[in-house]
Design a protein around this ligand. Sequence first.
Ligand code: R5P
Length: 298
Amino acid sequence: MKLISGSSNLPLATKIAQYLNIETIDLEISKFANGEKRVWIKDDIAGENICLVQSFDQPVDENIVETLLLIDALERAGARHINFIIPWMGYSLQDKVFRDGEPIAARVIANIISNTYIKRVSLLDLHNSSIPGFFSIPTHHILALKPFTKYVQDNFNLSAAVIVSPDFGGLKRARTFADTLSLELENIDKHRDLYTGKVTPKGLSGDVKDKVCIIYDDVINTGGTVVETAKFLKEKGAREVHFLITHGLFAGDGLAKMNDESIDSVVITNSVHHENLPDKIKIVDVAPVLGESIRAWI
Ligand code: R5P
């Protein structure tokens, strides 16, 4: 097997290749003068099994088109099978019709990918565990549970710690994490205005006074959930508030929001690439868990 990386997250793709001890494919990605993407696979890959790595983060639509061009080029160059690792699946938050007249965008993207030469897909910590069912090809839904569990064991004194789900949607995910660490679980009743996106925590299931709260979630998008959750828990008497969240998108002013003094630390994975993050934000490597998902096809 050889690995090919789209342009969204070359550092993660390189780590996956190193972890699996496989070669990376030489390619050139550029743009024509009119703005169209141009991809060129330079190595001979005929008959090879391929691992393609591409996150659908910003520029989202451009990265999706680039991926489709790469898949076509790989097929034409004689690739045998393509395993596609999507560390962050853009459009996955649009997993249902929130308001009449809207599409189910996650399904649209899954349909497009399913109708290419891709053989199977690995997805990481999806917002909704039903999304793999939107694909009509085999999928692996990988969890970042293992590296996050190790991070907590290595970095926190667990005697006063409690796991908190920031909303009902994340309760099952947070329950699994709390059980793995043998910690108590609390849940926030979060409200989001569908028109403005504004997040308002409305209630808490238990007591967090003097507790070290560890919030476990899937994605930081605009950062509204993180900052409002931290303020809310501090108002309820939490001693510290830390966030372990798989995908750090930091849309808009999301990164600046992380400076809020109510947030003690934010731990994300390298599913989305960022340069020069502030010290308050730590990175956990998911290359091993993603690499393991395709080891059987090397
Ligand atoms: C929501 O249900 C998700 O699990 C995240 O909490 C949410 O998408 C985060 O979005 P934002 O950072 O914009 O509040």
